[in-house]
Design a binder for this molecule. Structure first.
Ligand code: IMP
Ligand code: MG
Length: 186
């Protein structure tokens, strides 16, 4: 296919569409083994995890239900400030439920650390974390994911749900933007 205007903003591709699909199949099979005796509730963190949620829930053929939560963290666009705010909450009682929180990327850990405590306070029996990407070099909170797709270096990545200034979420692969894309948008 011809390069789109989005493709032209990409410096390099870290994970292709095929590599992502293959890794998600493996994760789904592993999660199925862990979850098959349970009645898990998958909770996607909007907006970044919306594509991963659709793929991982289909790769893990366990009988489950799905929920969505939206959060925003104060601060600038490429680093979270630590303060997390829920902008859309889940719509059901989660007491006694086994939750699987589905995230696009575990970076500082502020978001997932907050959400894990929040769900446990609301009575979840367990909260496990499934993240497509893990950037351990930037961790500020002692939190680890139970399921990780890929460990990424300390670079800002876009695509497959991940954005820069709300764009590039619909790229089918994960890549790094050209530096001039940041500088031109300030
Ligand atoms: P944390 O709270 O610092 O772990 O950050 C989690 C959120 O920051 C993710 O859900 C993303 O929305 C965003 N984020 C962190 N790193 C990146 C990146 O490299 N690209 C795009 N978004 C990112
Ligand atoms: Mg996000």
């Amino acid at each position: 296919m011809e390069k789109t205007t989005m493709d032209q903003d990409i410096l390099k591709i870290l994970y292709t569409e095929e590599q992502i699909a293959q890794r998600i199949r493996e994760m789904g099979a592993q999660m199925y083994e862990d979850l098959k005796g349970k009645n898990p509730l998958f909770v996607s963190v909007l907006r970044g995890a919306f594509i991963f949620m659709a793929d991982i829930t289909r790769a893990c053929q366990v009988k489950c239900d799905v929920e969505f939560i939206a959060v925003s963290s104060y601060g600038n666009s490429t680093a979270s400030s630590g303060a997390v705010q829920i902008t859309h909450d889940i719509q059901q009682d989660i007491s006694g439920r086994d939750l699987v929180v589905v995230e696009d990327i575990l970076d500082s850990g502020n978001t997932l650390n907050f959400l894990k405590q929040y769900f446990l306070t609301k009575g979840a029996a367990s909260v496990s974390i499934c993240t497509l990407l893990d950037k351990p070099s930037r961790r500020e909170k002692a939190i680890h994911a139970d399921y990780v797709g890929f460990e990424v270096p300390d670079e800002f990545v876009v695509g497959y749900g991940l954005d820069y200034a709300q764009k590039y979420r619909n790229l089918p692969y994960i890549g790094v933007l050209k530096p001039e894309v940041y500088s031109s948008k300030g």
